[in-house]
Design a protein around this ligand. Structure first.
Ligand code: NAG
Ligand code: NAG
Ligand code: NAG
Ligand code: NAG
Ligand code: NAG
Ligand code: NAG
Length: 485
């Protein structure tokens, strides 16, 4: 009964938000601005996840974000074909890093905010001396061989690698799976495509046009697949934008080797009053495994109160993080108290008609950083006692629904991990530092919140998960991390 009350309350709240908030945002436009499509009352009730015993741990995690540079890596000004090049997913194959980018044009160059359908396009990223270069987008878009033709296009790409298996009754090959949103303008539907050849722009084909059939609206799905290595019991899908499912990020479960997910009336996390994620939360890239055995899952959280030149738009989107329990990723061990990163650069604040949606940083792509922690001063970001366990990730984020930026995410903990064959990453970190010349443009972010009163310098929380039983070889994790992209 109590749960039902909460459910109804959040439903009411969300409808309220939409009326007062971003109703003006063209429904065909941005990630962060969609019409509310609350589930109809006729929807059959969904089961909730069976209860599991709470996992406890004494590990303290520290997480920080640092921009790779203070310039975007993709924008029209930098040679891309499209007016807006923004939400993007990353994947790794062999030594190449690919990127699938959501792109969109204005209908008329003289009328701001009115956009045509969005498309996905494939590009590459290369790393050189700590700098990151992205191939500008072209007019060639991906043809996902869709079952339907959504009038407002497709968007919100997320990619996860699904490991093949020869075990018992499972029969499938390793594949790259893309989750994206089919946008019917007034309604969005989470969909999925798959390929063995991710660099072939036309090699991807839609496998499911409706990943969560019972939902009247769905978007932004981040899958976490079971594998021989992670020994997860299920495939997991963390999805939604807190409009649907109302108030949080939902959980759906899949069976290894089978397509499709079973939907539950259960949440991974919910919006939090008086936090940076009070108004909206929407999942980021697929969770990645940490050297403790737990998972890093980034998300995007919005709050109100940031008036802008865009009519009816006053939200600010920030990056947040969660750490999910390795033994049961539906359990959240740690969650950011303050934003990992907030819009602070001109092209993130984007408060002019040149930009589609002001005050947005929004992450959709994450891989283990190919440079390790070589270009990050871990001591500076996390403190010297956190050097040994530090792991660095590379991400791409949407800025103001207009450009694409690059960010490094650093995670460490006080877990007792034995690092075999020398602590590769941290050694590099300490010895290479002097030769690193990241451009003066580098902006550092710990957990800085714009409106909150003086947050602590770092996002640190003591959490609960029994890590000692899940300690893994650091090298093993690195390799698995790369494979699991
Ligand atoms: C802003 O929102 C209000 C209330 O929903 C609506 O009446 C108005 O038309 C919107 N303005 C624009 C420019 O869309
Ligand atoms: C990405 O890189 C691969 C391998 O170097 C190349 O074959 C492909 O054409 C590149 N794709 C794009 C879109 O740049
Ligand atoms: C893409 O651009 C090229 C050259 O700019 C042009 O030849 C080609 O027709 C365009 N293709 C599409 C599908 O618009
Ligand atoms: C799985 O089966 C395929 C085809 O029979 C084979 O080529 C591959 O090596 C096998 N993989 C493993 C990990 O055993
Ligand atoms: C890294 O940061 C620490 C603490 O701020 C500082 O003492 C050290 O000089 C920095 N190292 C480099 C190579 O910049
Ligand atoms: C690491 O080991 C020390 C000594 O055995 C212990 O006191 C500490 O609690 C352990 N830390 C964690 C996070 O388990």
């Amino acid at each position: 009964m109590f749960l039902l009350v909460i459910f109804l309350t959040s439903l009411v709240l969300c409808n309220g938000n939409d009326i007062s908030g971003d109703a003006a945002a063209a429904s065909s436009s941005s990630t962060s601005s969609e019409p509310s499509t609350a589930p109809p009352s006729t929807m059959p009730p969904l089961p909730t996840l069976p209860p599991s015993s709470p996992i406890t741990s004494s590990i303290t995690y520290k997480v920080a974000a640092q921009r790779v540079s203070n310039q975007p890596i993709l924008s029209k000004d930098m040679g891309s074909f499209w007016d807006f090049n923004y939400n993007a997913a990353l994947f790794q194959k062999d030594h190449e890093i690919g990127m699938i980018v959501q792109v969109q044009n204005l209908k008329n160059e003289n009328i701001p905010y009115e956009v045509g359908p969005s498309y996905l396009t494939l590009t590459n990223i290369t790393f050189k001396n700590g700098q990151v270069y992205a191939t500008p987008t072209t007019n060639i878009t991906m043809d996902l061989l869709l079952h339907t033709s959504p009038a407002c296009g497709i968007k919100d790409p997320r990619i996860a690698f699904m490991e093949g298996s020869n075990s018992s009754n499972l029969r499938y090959d390793a594949s790259y799976n893309l989750f994206f949103t089919s946008n019917e303008c007034q309604k969005t539907t989470l969909s999925a495509a798959s390929t063995f050849k991710p660099f072939d722009s036309n090699g991807w084909s839609e496998i499911e046009s409706n990943v969560l059939p019972l939902r009247s609206s769905s978007k932004s799905g981040a899958p976490l697949y079971a594998s021989d290595e992670n020994k997860l019991e299920h495939d997991y899908l963390f999805w939604g934008d807190s409009i649907s499912p109302p108030g949080g990020i939902g959980i759906a479960l899949g069976q290894r080797g089978r397509e499709g997910f079973e939907d539950f009336d259960s949440y991974l996390i919910k919006t939090r009053e008086d936090y940076f994620d009070s108004e909206r939360i929407e999942g980021g890239p697929s969770p990645l495994k940490l050297n403790t055995g737990d998972y890093l899952f980034l998300y995007n959280g919005a709050r109100k109160g940031f008036h802008s030149v865009k009519p009816n738009w006053s939200m600010q989107f920030n990056l947040g993080y969660t750490v999910l329990a390795g033994a049961d990723p539906t359990q959240v061990l740690d969650r950011s108290e303050y934003p990992l990163m907030s819009p602070t650069l001109d092209w993130e604040i984007g408060n002019s008609q040149k930009y589609l949606t002001p005050n947005v940083v929004f992450i959709g792509g994450l891989i283990p950083d190919p440079d390790g922690c070589q270009y990050v001063n871990v001591t500076d970001l996390l403190g010297s006692e956190y050097i040994d366990n530090a792991e660095c990730f590379f991400g791409v984020y949407n800025a103001a629904d207009s450009h694409l930026g690059a960010v490094r995410i650093v995670v460490s903990s006080d877990a007792n991990i034995t690092h075999p064959s020398t602590t590769l990453t941290s050694t590099t970190t300490t010895t290479k530092k002097t030769s690193i010349m990241v451009p003066t443009s580098t902006v550092r972010e710990s957990s800085v919140s714009i409106t909150s009163p003086t947050p602590p310098p770092l996002t640190t929380t003591t959490t609960t998960s029994d890590a000692n039983t899940k300690v893994l070889s650091f090298l093993g994790v690195l390799i698995v991390g790369i494979l699991s992209i």
